[in-house]
Design a protein around this ligand. Structure first.
Ligand code: NAI
Ligand code: MG
Length: 479
C-alpha cells in the first residue's frame, strides 16, 4: 500500500481537536496511507461572519480529495446561522447516512447485549429541505418533498449494503397511514426494489411502533432504511440504547464523496479536559478506511480497538468499576489501542474487512422513467381570510368562472364545507378546492383574478393533476 490517499480533515470544536488527534495517531500507527489536508470549519469560521461555517477555499480541498474526516463542531444557536452538516451533505450530494449501532456487552453496560443494527437514513430530502413560509398571520407551512429517484437510491443503497455486509434483513419505516402520498411513495419504492433482492428478508413498520421497538427490542432489527427526519430521530434512540453516544461512528455517502464522523457533538461540557472518548470518531475513520479501499488497515485497527475495550481500558463515559479495569483519558486510550495493533479480540468476534476495492458500493442505475400522462383537473387555492365557511362558499359561488366548480373548503386539512362539523376550529388559512372539465392554467388564473377583485386574497395555489388517470392529490379529512 504505497500510494497515499488524499483526505480532508477538520479538527472541529469542543472535544473535536482532542479526539481527532487521538484518531489520527491511531490511523498513522496502524499504517493508514493518508495524505492529509487540513481545513478549518465551525465556530471560528462562524465567528468571522460566514453563515454556513465553512470557507470557500475549504471546498477546493473537499472537491479534490472527495473524502472528509470531520470532527464535531459547535453549531451557533439562532441568529440565521446555517447548519454546516446540512450544507455539506447537500453540497456534496451525500444522500445516505449510515449509522451502525452496536452493543459491546459485557464490557459496556447495555440492556440489549445482542443489539447490532445499522440505520440507513435518507439525507437530502424530506422536511430537511427547509422550505418554509408564513402564509397568513396565524399559519406557517413546512414542505415535505419526497422524490422517487431519491427514495429509490436510498432503498437500493440499503439492500446493496445488506448484501455486501452479510446482513439478512432490511426493515423500512415510514408513516404512510397518514402521509399516503409522500411516505406511500417511499414504502412503494421499498416494495418494488425489494423484489430484486429476494435473498434479503424484508419488513415494514409504521415509524411510531418501529421507534418503540428499537427502544424496547433493538436486537430484532438488522438494517433499517428510512426517511430523513425519522432517521434523525431513530438513530439517536438507537445509539443511546447501545450504551454511550461516545461509541457511535457514522458515514455520509454520495456517488462521488464520503464524509466520516462521530455521531455525537462537540461536548463543550468536557472540552479541553482530555477525557473524551475518541471511539466514535475512530469508528467513523474505520468506515473511511473501508471506503477508500484500505480494508486491511481497517481490520487491524478495529480489532485492536475491540481488544482495548474487552481489556477493560475505558474512558470516563463508559467506565464502570464492575466492568472496567482502568480509567483512561483520550490520549492514553489511543496509546492502549496502538499497543494492541496486530492483536485480535478474544471475547468479541474479530472483524475481517477483506482486501477491499475502494470503490464503495456500486449501485445499479435508477429505473428508467416511463412518461405518464399528466392532466390538470383542478386547483387548490389557499387564502387568507377570517369568517364562517358558509359565508366564504357563498362569496365564491357568486364569482365562479365558467367550467370551474367549488368542490370543498378545508381549513388546515379538515373539510369545513359542505357539511362541515360545527366544532372544527377555523384558522385564517383556507383551502378552496376547485374542480373542472378541460381546465387550463388560464382558467385557474381567471378564477384567481375574480377572487382578487372580490377581496379574497390568495396566498398560494396548488394545481391538481392526474397521472395516467390516477389522482395526484389527497382529499381533506372528513371528505
Ligand atoms: P453532544 O453529543 O456534544 O454531548 C451530549 C453529552 O454526551 C454530553 O454530556 C457530552 O459530554 C457527552 N459526550 C459526547 N461525546 C462524548 C465523547 N466522545 N466522550 C465522552 N462524552 C461524550 O451533544 P450536545 O451537548 O447536544 O451538543 C453540543 C454541540 O455539538 C452543539 O453545538 C451541537 O449543535 C453540536 N453537535 C454537532 C454535531 C456534529 O458536528 N456532527 C452533531 C451533534 C451535535
Ligand atoms: Mg440528529
Amino acid at each position: 500500500m504505497s500510494k497515499k490517499t488524499p483526505i480532508t480533515v477538520a479538527r472541529g470544536d469542543g472535544i473535536g481537536p482532542e479526539i481527532m488527534d487521538a484518531t489520527l495517531e491511531i490511523l498513522e500507527a496502524g499504517g493508514a496511507a493518508l495524505d492529509i489536508e487540513h481545513i478549518e470549519i465551525g465556530k471560528t469560521v462562524y465567528e468571522r461572519g460566514i453563515m454556513n461555517g465553512i470557507e470557500e477555499k475549504a471546498w477546493d480541498s473537499l472537491h479534490r480529495t472527495r473524502v472528509f474526516l470531520k470532527a464535531p463542531i459547535t453549531t451557533p444557536q439562532g441568529g440565521g446561522f446555517k447548519s454546516l452538516n446540512v450544507t455539506v451533505r447537500k453540497a456534496l450530494g451525500l444522500f445516505a447516512n449510515v449509522r451502525p449501532c452496536v452493543a459491546y456487552h459485557p464490557y459496556v453496560k447495555t440492556n440489549f447485549p445482542d443489539m447490532d443494527l445499522v440505520i440507513i437514513r435518507e439525507n437530502e430530502e424530506d422536511l430537511y429541505a427547509g422550505i418554509e413560509h408564513r402564509q397568513t398571520q396565524d399559519v406557517v407551512q413546512s414542505i415535505k418533498l419526497i422524490s422517487r429517484p431519491g427514495s429509490e437510491r436510498i432503498v437500493r443503497y440499503a439492500f446493496e449494503y445488506a448484501r455486501a455486509n452479510g446482513r439478512r434483513k432490511v426493515t423500512c419505516m415510514a408513516k404512510d397511514n397518514i402521509m399516503k402520498m409522500a411516505d406511500g411513495l417511499f414504502h412503494n419504492v421499498f416494495d418494488e426494489i425489494g423484489k430484486e433482492y429476494p435473498d434479503i428478508e424484508q419488513e415494514f413498520y409504521i415509524i411510531d411502533i418501529g421507534t418503540a421497538r428499537i427502544a424496547a427490542r433493538p436486537s430484532a432489527f438488522d438494517v433499517i432504511v428510512t426517511e430523513n427526519l425519522y432517521g434523525d430521530i431513530i438513530s439517536d434512540v438507537a445509539v443511546e440504547v447501545t450504551g454511550s453516544v461516545g461509541l457511535g461512528g457514522s458515514c455520509n455517502i454520495g456517488t462521488d464523496f464520503g464524509m466520516f464522523e462521530a455521531v455525537h457533538g462537540s461536548a463543550p461540557d468536557i472540552a479541553g479536559k482530555g477525557i473524551a472518548n475518541p471511539s466514535g470518531l475512530l469508528l467513523g475513520s474505520i468506515l473511511m478506511l473501508n471506503h477508500i479501499g484500505q480494508n486491511p488497515v481497517a481490520t487491524k485497527i478495529h480489532n485492536a480497538w475491540y481488544k482495548t475495550i474487552e481489556d477493560g481500558i475505558h474512558t470516563g463515559d463508559i467506565f464502570d468499576p464492575k466492568l472496567s479495569t482502568q480509567k483512561v483519558g483520550t490520549s492514553d486510550f489511543a496509546k492502549a489501542v496502538i499497543e494492541r495493533l496486530g492483536k485480535k479480540p478474544e471475547k468479541f468476534s474479530p472483524v475481517d474487512y477483506g482486501e477491499g476495492t475502494g470503490k464503495g458500493l456500486i449501485l445499479p442505475a435508477l429505473k428508467t422513467r416511463v412518461a405518464e400522462k399528466k392532466e390538470l383537473v383542478g386547483a387548490d387555492i389557499f387564502l387568507d381570510w377570517q369568517g364562517r365557511p358558509e359565508d366564504l362558499a357563498e362569496k365564491i359561488k357568486a364569482i365562479l368562472i365558467k367550467g370551474m366548480e367549488l368542490n370543498t373548503i378545508a381549513n388546515r386539512g379538515v373539510k369545513v364545507w359542505p357539511n362541515g362539523q360545527p366544532g372544527t376550529f377555523c384558522s385564517d388559512h383556507w383551502c378552496l378546492r376547485f374542480m373542472g372539465q378541460n381546465l387550463t392554467p388560464v382558467t385557474v388564473l381567471q378564477q384567481l383574478a375574480n377572487m382578487e377583485k372580490a377581496q379574497l386574497p390568495f396566498v398560494k395555489i396548488e394545481n391538481l393533476y392526474t397521472f395516467d388517470g390516477k389522482k395526484g392529490f389527497t382529499v381533506a379529512q372528513g371528505e
